[in-house]
Design a protein around this ligand. Structure first.
Ligand code: NDP
Length: 295
């Protein structure tokens, strides 16, 4: 019987765990605060930001909503980030990517104070993560580790194939999984668009993580019996005249062989959102020097 890993349930457990930490902070007069900066009129970006704000409000994190005109000069965004860096009431800063074409994503990420970089994308934080001393684990990779743990999947000694090498999913996840640490000690193969014989690599793996952005690329023929499949992908496609969400894994055929698999939606997505809350609470605890239990 294939275990369908319920990301909504695991994310709910993470949020429950955070509520105790938020109460501890509250007792010390600290309200964790996340500033979201949106400089886009892309409906998907608007939806992501409003979901993040709603998540914050539900658990007692204050969400500071800043919207900038996508046509505004780059300086306006950089000044906003500087103000947020300097604001002692703001614990975490999230600039929704992508920013408009006249501004480089990379420059924005570098402008954020690493101590408030709750996405974990600042080069200083990336370096700390690679060195085995993460400040913030990036939300999606962290969520994947939590899902593996919740499904009792042992990473130590496991062969794990990650399909996708982006800076936000594939690379940080690979770095976390090879650490000599909890949720680590795996042997990781990172695949990408130039990988030859992809199916050979995925069939060899005990765990396959798909973070590709290609609808249903990984099907049942590409995995072996008993594989654990984590589908990070979120792709909107037309099916029978209707718009629907699918992952990077062909769920139906993969489910026939997998021992455990995440669905889309309801798998990794809710975990990414929950781990952003986790990082914001972590940031508040450190900045205000109020220890909280986040185990
Ligand atoms: P990117 O586009 O940044 O990276 C995609 C990666 O997949 C690249 O490394 C690319 O290779 C590789 N790739 C593309 N086509 C193939 C192929 N045919 N075979 C093998 N590798 C391939 O995507 P992201 O990492 O940002 O996102 C990946 C997916 O995850 C998307 O569907 C996105 O929407 C989703 N996502 C979901 C999140 C969630 O919370 N559920 C959070 C973040 C992302 P190369 O480097 O050579 O170009």
């Amino acid at each position: 019987m294939t275990h369908i890993i319920d990301g909504n349930a695991v994310a709910s457990d993470v949020r429950d765990g955070l509520s105790t930490a938020i109460e501890t902070l509250d007792a010390e007069g600290v309200t964790p605060t996340l500033a979201t900066v949106l400089m886009s009129d892309d409906p998907a970006s608007e939806t992501y930001v409003s979901m993040k704000q709603r998540d914050c409000e539900e658990v007692g994190i204050e969400a500071l909503d800043i919207e900038l005109d996508p046509e505004a000069p780059a300086d306006e965004l950089f000044e906003t980030v500087e103000d947020l860096n300097a604001d002692p009431n703001v614990n975490g800063i999230l600039v929704q990517m992508p920013v408009p074409d006249h501004i480089a994503d990379r420059d924005v990420i570098r402008a954020i104070d690493p101590a408030k970089d709750v996405d974990g994308f600042h080069p200083e934080n990336v370096g700390r993560l690679v060195a085995g001393d993460p400040v913030f684990k990036p939300c999606t990779p962290h969520g994947v580790l939590e899902l593996l743990d919740a499904a009792d999947v042992e990473t130590e000694g496991a062969d794990i194939a990650i399909v996708g090498r982006s800076n936000i999913v594939g690379k940080p996840l690979a770095n976390l999984l090879v650490q000599k640490a909890d949720y680590g000690n795996a042997t990781v193969t990172v695949c990408h668009s130039r990988t030859e014989n992809l199916a050979e690599k995925t069939r060899r793996a005990d765990v396959v993580v798909a973070a590709v952005g290609v609808p249903e690329l990984i099907d049942g023929s590409m995995i072996s019996d008993g594989t654990v499949v984590i589908d990070v992908g979120v792709n909107r496609v037309e099916r029978d005249g209707e718009s629907t969400l699918v992952g990077d894994v062909d769920f139906e055929s993969a489910k026939e062989k997998a021992s455990a698999i995440t669905p889309v939606p309801g798998g990794v997505g809710p975990m990414t959102r929950a781990m952003l809350l986790y990082n914001t609470v972590t940031a508040a605890s450190r900045q205000e020097d109020v220890p909280v239990d986040l185990s």
